[in-house]
Design a protein around this ligand. Sequence first.
Ligand SMILES: O=C(CO)[C@H](O)[C@H](O)COP(=O)(O)O
Length: 212
Amino acid sequence: MKIAPSILSADFGKLAEEVKVICNAGADFIHVDVMDGHFVPNMTMGPMIVEAVSKASTKPLDIHFMVENIPFFVDMYAHIKPEFITFHIEEEKHINRVIQQIRNYDIRPGVVLNPATPVSLLEYIVADVDMVLLMSVNPGFGGQKFIPSVIDKIKELRELAIKKNPNLLIEVDGGVNDKNAKLLKEAGADILVAGSFVFKSNDYKKAIESLR
Ligand SMILES: O=C(CO)[C@H](O)[C@H](O)COP(=O)(O)O
């Protein structure tokens, strides 16, 4: 199981230090939530801050766009060279075009589903992406309560991936903690994103290990 701490819950007063510490504590990826104040009712990090995060990090970045006008954001953040860029299918009309736009930068593309968006919408997309991120909260804020229906969605997506894209990575984000991590793994998740569970703990390393 790979763990991607979400720096949304880090102490932004010492962000670079937090990134270094979380890398040393065993993070596999640094999960970066980019929010525009339109797609979600919150705003977070512009490209200059994300570039600073990337420079402080010894682990690959995993950027999750919670934004409108996705192609504009892809062009604006691509020079940072994250491992993954994921975007919401609820927002984008031309999904295959954006997947190709991301691949053209040698970045691995993924799509994101909100908790109420069905897995069936991925039937003709799943073979073209490297990752699907299933949200287990409505996006916008850290520290929200886990929505358990994501467990069935992970199982359904794993079944679809076996048929259409066996290498697909399934990531889950929102309310992840040491109580639900095992269930998420058993359902078929590969990467867990955790913000408050890790950053509000006294021992980041122990928190990451308990999720793994
Ligand atoms: O995408 C997000 C919010 O939109 C965050 O990554 C997510 O909520 C992580 O925070 P927590 O683990 O505290 O729920």
